[in-house]
Unconditional design. Structure first.
Length: 509
């Protein structure tokens, strides 16, 4: 018998010539499709995904349309806009210009599967036959919490200690995303401004909590410190001012700036004013050396930019803008939907901690680590999600005392797929695509590339994975696998990938 994936591949093959160069290497691997029996055993599910799963991914990509130079599928953006969905790939009217930051590349399977009921949902016993042996391997440590939910119906179709709470690591960011989007809305923006005190001629650079503010020459659509300096200098010249006393205001956030993990290349001190996430190298994601005082470094860079316009500023120091301060210029971040997608795609800890504080501010809380964590928990409870036993201590998941369950993670993903909650959709569309984007770009090269999209989580002894997958029958499933007590992170990661891959090739009726 020829499996359905092979028939899909054959139907899609004539359109391969129109695929962009970026997709061809992965699609070429799909040509090695083999014949499988209709009822494979557990090991055959994972082995078969290297061919059948990738073939189906190729067909999905082909149907979605060509890739552009950035990897963003234009057809998906247009489809999202045509459906009138906000957030995710459609930030407003769906238009994309050279000055607009591109959202995370969203798999067509997510946009197609959110409202669909294609095929038949898998059954619990059949799923258990496939997943239990994969979750029982020693590489996954001593404790597990696992759940699989059929997104269309919202019904849990598989659970294994699903209500137990374990250390979630970076899968915490899914909770942060949903909380921030529900509290603030997908169109919310973070604004940095320059304000002039009328009596003292003190120029105050006021932080708005935007960690994506950049001082680089090519802002790429993100808020630019250079633009702010250009506009500020022009406003000062109109007032006949060429010399100012410069200060900076970080009062928006409260409490300690340093995360409980201490100085760490995975996270800058959390402050309301920074540029390029306080990175002192040319990186844009991942671990990097950070400035010890991001606000002061940003103010010094701002002074240098003003000087290039003929405005001399004193050495900057901390201050607080008064209510009488006159705003001279502002720059705003992209919408929250784009920030959420960037956070999830690249597992960006700096954005995560900023969004936790912004959630606190948006709900009347204190903008510090404790306040942000409390605000996240309160928002999820307000949404009716199963938060019993959950514990939040930050927004990034770097804190080992965080606790989440597989039930909560799959509920978050299912809520983000709810047609009644379009503002939450970026919590799905920002998830890395297996084999293509973000933290999954180097994984699933020989597995369910393009079919799995998920948030990864890794701390010493902890490996987690939560996201969505389209199974062999076309059903969109939300899954979460949390493990504790792992000793080999590479082996644990591979075991989790095999488990998610098995879902993609499983009809499991």
């Amino acid at each position: 018998m020829v499996v359905p994936e092979l028939r899909v591949w054959r139907a899609a093959r004539p359109r391969l010539a129109r695929l962009g160069r970026a997709a061809r290497p992965r699609l070429a691997r799909a040509a090695r499709v083999v014949r499988l029996t209709r009822v494979p055993r557990t090991w055959q599910y994972t082995a078969g995904a290297a061919t059948a799963g990738l073939a189906l991914a190729a067909a999905v990509v082909t149907a979605a349309g060509p890739w552009d130079s950035s990897g963003q599928r234009t057809a998906e953006r247009e489809r999202a806009a045509a459906l009138g969905r906000t957030g995710g790939t459609d930030h407003g009217d769906g238009s994309v210009t050279a000055d607009t930051p591109r959202p995370a590349p969203s798999a067509a399977t997510v946009l197609a599967g959110v409202g669909g009921t294609a095929g038949t949902a898998p059954t619990g016993p059949a799923l258990a036959d496939v997943l239990d042996p994969l979750l029982d391997v020693s590489a996954l440590g001593t404790r597990r919490s696992a759940a699989v939910v059929d997104v269309a119906s919202g019904r849990r179709v598989y659970g294994r200690d699903a209500g137990d709470t374990l250390t979630p690591a970076s899968t915490t960011k899914i909770a942060t995303a949903v909380a921030a989007l529900s509290a603030l809305g997908a169109d919310h923006r973070l604004t940095t401004r320059a304000a002039l005190e009328p009596d003292t001629r003190e120029l105050v650079l006021v932080g708005g909590g935007d960690p994506t503010l950049t001082a680089r020459p090519d802002a790429g659509g993100w808020a630019s410190l250079r633009t702010l300096a250009d506009d500020t200098a022009a406003a000062l010249r109109k007032r006949g001012l060429t010399k100012v006393t410069l200060s900076y205001d970080t009062a928006l956030y409260a409490g300690p700036e340093l995360h409980p993990i201490g100085v760490n290349e995975n996270l800058a001190p959390v402050t309301a004013l920074m540029t390029d996430e306080a990175r002192t190298d040319a990186s844009t994601s991942g671990p990097a050396p950070r400035a010890a005082d991001p606000a002061a470094a940003t103010a010094r860079a701002f002074a240098d930019l003003l000087k290039s316009h003929g405005v001399t500023a004193t050495a900057p120091g901390p201050s607080k803008a008064t209510r009488r301060a006159q705003t001279l210029a502002t720059v705003s971040s992209p919408p929250l939907s784009a920030l959420v997608e960037r956070m999830l795609t690249h597992s960006d800890n700096d954005i995560a901690e900023a969004l936790a504080r912004q959630t606190a501010l948006g709900t009347g809380g204190r903008a510090d680590f404790a306040g942000g964590a409390a605000a996240i928990a309160a928002q999820l409870k307000k949404l009716g999600l199963p938060v019993a036993g959950a514990a939040f201590h930050d927004g990034s998941g770097l804190d080992r005392t965080d606790r989440l369950s597989a039930d909560l993670l799959t509920s978050l993903l299912t809520k983000a797929a709810d047609p009644a909650s379009p503002d939450l959709r970026p919590a799905l569309t920002g998830l890395p695509v297996a084999g293509f984007t973000g933290t999954l770009s180097g994984r699933y090269a020989d597995g369910a590339a393009g079919l799995v999209r998920a948030k990864t989580g890794t701390l010493t002894g902890v490996n987690t994975l939560a996201g969505t997958v389209v199974d062999r029958d076309g059903r969109l499933l939300a899954f979460a696998f949390l493990t504790d007590g792992t000793t080999d992170p590479s082996a644990a990661q591979s075991a989790l990938d095999r488990t998610a891959t098995a879902l993609s090739t499983c009809g499991c009726q």
